[in-house]
Design a protein around this ligand. Structure first.
Ligand code: ZN
Ligand code: ZN
Length: 375
């Protein structure tokens, strides 16, 4: 069996279909085959075939294959017909082959170029543009909504029906004590009075060391030959050649690799046990009142005591005369608090969410920063 299968052609003059590749003239109208394109029945160009699928095509035995020329047909420039490569003169009009320049494939190529040029000359009809809302428009609408929201948020509301009903102050002094602690560590603090009572080697941490190696199976893939597939290639002489293409498949294989197995190895260091003396917060002394007569509390220091941090807070309570809301308490700076008196009517301005309160004037102009005390 040869590598060739039979090709076919359609008569462009009378429309007769599926004329065999070994027939030079149309059996219906008698015209010599000219600018035709050969094909194989039930096969499209580039299609891959399994070996067993080849049997559906007319395969040529060696003797039949010998009857075709090795090369593509040549194309007569005078009568536009195809002639076997073996023929020196046109079977149709008798012109010399030397007066023609194109073979079957060159004829097809020129035909294709001619058709492309004609298509390019056609006026272009552009597809109508679909009307869609652009992503930019959607983005701008969302941005605008966010800006409107924040402008609204930044707006203030002012409460004007508030009366001061109470004042509070508190002042605190923390008392520190000089005390002994028992502690341990890898280093002894230098900034304190210490007395080392013991030291010994202890495990400070672990490092991973290689204990042994073990074999592990590591997968990897290889491409291996699986089978051939075939395409049918136009020979330009009425036949097509079966061309084999190897097809590969992916296989998983395993190889043995050595992998280190580690174990934790303890690391020893000297740990110190020591007594250490530090100033440490121990108690508070507090003074408070509900008027403007502030003072720091009297402090009596015991043995090993000293004054530590001082802290203070000043607050007032207001009640709503119209709205049914409970009393509210705010803290503020001492100098501003001194100006607030019981029975004062004041305005408090906050943002829309009721946060960031200020004492304000009637129009909402912020005057004194406040902090709301939540219970
Ligand atoms: Zn015909
Ligand atoms: Zn001719």
């Amino acid at each position: 069996m040869s590598k060739l299968v039979m090709g076919y052609w359609d008569c462009p003059v009378c429309g007769t279909k599926e004329i065999r590749g070994d027939v030079a003239n149309c059996p219906s109208c008698g015209r010599a085959r000219g600018d035709v394109q050969f094909y194989v029945k039930d096969y499209h160009e580039g299609q891959s075939l399994r070996e067993e699928e080849l049997s559906q095509f007319e395969q040529l035995d060696d003797e039949k294959a010998q009857s075709f020329s090795k090369n593509p047909d040549w194309y007569c420039s005078f009568c536009n017909s195809l002639n076997s490569d073996n023929a020196k003169f046109c079977n149709n009009c008798g012109s010399s082959r030397e007066d023609s320049e194109n073979n079957y494939f060159q004829m097809l190529q020129k035909k294709k170029e001619r058709e492309a040029a004609e298509a390019a000359a056609q006026p272009q009809v552009s597809a109508p543009q679909a009307k869609r809302r652009s992503p930019m428009t959607v983005f701008l609408v969302i941005l605008l909504a966010i800006i409107v929201f924040f402008v609204w948020m930044n707006g203030n509301k002012t409460s004007g029906d508030l009366t001061v009903t109470g004042l509070q102050w508190v002042r605190n002094i923390n008392i520190e004590e000089y005390k002994e602690f028992s502690e341990s560590g890898w280093i002894v603090p230098q900034d304190y009075e210490t007395e080392i009572t013991d030291s010994k080697l202890e495990i400070a941490g672990y490092t991973q060391v290689i204990d042994h190696y073990e074999d592990v199976e590591v997968p990897y893939t290889v491409e291996v030959y699986d089978h051939d597939e075939y395409t049918l290639e136009d020979q330009g002489n009425g036949t097509f050649e079966k061309v084999a293409h190897p097809v590969y498949k992916t296989e998983i294989r395993y190889k043995t690799e050595q992998r280190a197995v580690t174990r934790p190895e303890p690391q020893y260091a000297t740990k110190y046990y020591y007594k250490i003396w530090r100033w440490t917060p121990s108690r508070d002394v507090t003074a408070s009142g509900e008027d403007h007569n502030t003072s720091w509390p009297e402090v009596e220091l015991g043995e090993n005591e000293r004054e530590g941090k001082r802290s203070e807070a000043y607050a007032f309570t207001v009640e709503h005369s119209k709205e049914k809301k409970g009393p509210e308490t705010y803290t503020l700076a001492e100098n501003e608090w001194m100006k607030v008196n019981v029975n004062d009517n004041i305005y408090i301005t906050t943002n829309r969410l009721g946060a960031e309160p200020y004492i304000s004037d009637e129009k909402g102009n912020k005057l004194v920063k406040l902090t709301r005390v939540t219970k």
